[in-house]
Write a protein that binds this ligand. Sequence first.
Ligand code: DUT
Length: 418
Amino acid sequence: MNLKKKKEVNKTKVSKQERSHRLKWKKKEGVFQLTGTNIRNMRTELDSNFMIAPYQKENATGCGYNLTATEFIYSITKRRLLTIHKSKQGDTYVKIYPNDTVLILTREYIKLSGNMAGAFYSRVQMVSSGFGHISTTLDPGWRGMLLFSINNPTKRKLRLNISRSTDRGVVFKGIATMVLTPVRIEDEETKGVDPSLDNPAMRLDVLKKLVSEPKRFWADRQYQNLKKLIYDLEHFETIENSKMKRLTDIKAHLTNIEMEIASYKSIEDIQAYLVELKRIDYGAFEEVQCKVKNLDDTVCKTTDISKDVNEIKNKIESIYREYDYQLLCEKINQIHLLIQQQVPHVWGYHKMRRLLGFLLKHWKIWVVYGMAIIIVAYTYNSNIGSNDMNIFISVVAAIMPPFITYFLEIFGATNEDL
Ligand SMILES: O=c1ccn([C@H]2C[C@H](O)[C@@H](COP(=O)(O)OP(=O)(O)OP(=O)(O)O)O2)c(=O)[nH]1
């Protein structure tokens, strides 16, 4: 294909909507990197240049957005998914071994248009606790969850927190900051970045390589579990649940209103459909409810439908966008649950594990007490029959203090200390 023809094909590929977005960003040429406020506004408007699901407004920080981890955390050294520890308080974390690198799937699904690019950076708290740096890029047009690689270059085991239970519910810990930049477009007709990508969502290409190696017979069960999980993620299909049915219901009512506007334009009929729409139990879909209320306010004020038709159509369009977003969130939520169901968990409050942990932590004390007991036992053996009761008391007295220390630690310590 010659250059002229190629240019023509490129030109026809640029849709009207895409052109308007490019113009919009061109106008904002002064913007170099999006701030947390820009990101918050984009979520409110459901701007088609950038979508993040699930979105948590607290995670939109000064210069970007903090991404959080799912429980899919694969150890390169151990060649298996790491066990998720759950404390009594409901906090979750993993232990990353010295010199290990882990691959972590993010909880967030990111969708970028061809007009935006991004990068990921480490968080100070993480790198200062010993973790290696993150410094990777996000291509324009990316769609999907992300896979981060984090290493532990220290000689100590490091704890990577996933979530923490608070009075406000579960708060997920940011593991990397994503910064976003509008792509500079000199000629909106031809020079926009074509959002065609060769890397699949969740970097399934990388994950599939992990299970393409010959299986190891001594860890076959873990290997098979991982293989199944990666297969399930690749072939994931949304399950129609009550939340989704509710969303479908909302969409059906919206379609009726749209049809009414397109054909008869009867304000009374539109209002009647709106009454139905308002009656739906929105549950957690507060944003949809808020947008429906907004539409209702506009319709109530309308006296001449032909004058306000564009405003009404825009409001319906914004409900549709919210509907699409909530549907996406529900799908992502189901992926999180799928991961949670298949990843190994251990409850941190298991007594035996804690006793073992305690013994290991205070091994010096135990060596001293062990020696004391051996000496007592030796004395007992050499004086057998002389004064059994006194020696028994000495043995108990020798063993008691460490147990008292252990029980004090169990009942006095917070989870953070363990
Ligand atoms: O830490 C990261 C960084 C990026 N990505 C996603 C988004 C990005 O758009 C895509 C490609 O990133 P990159 O080009 O850095 O990956 P690669 O495997 O080196 O690229 P390629 O296979 O295209 O050479 O992977 C991740 O999942 N994790």
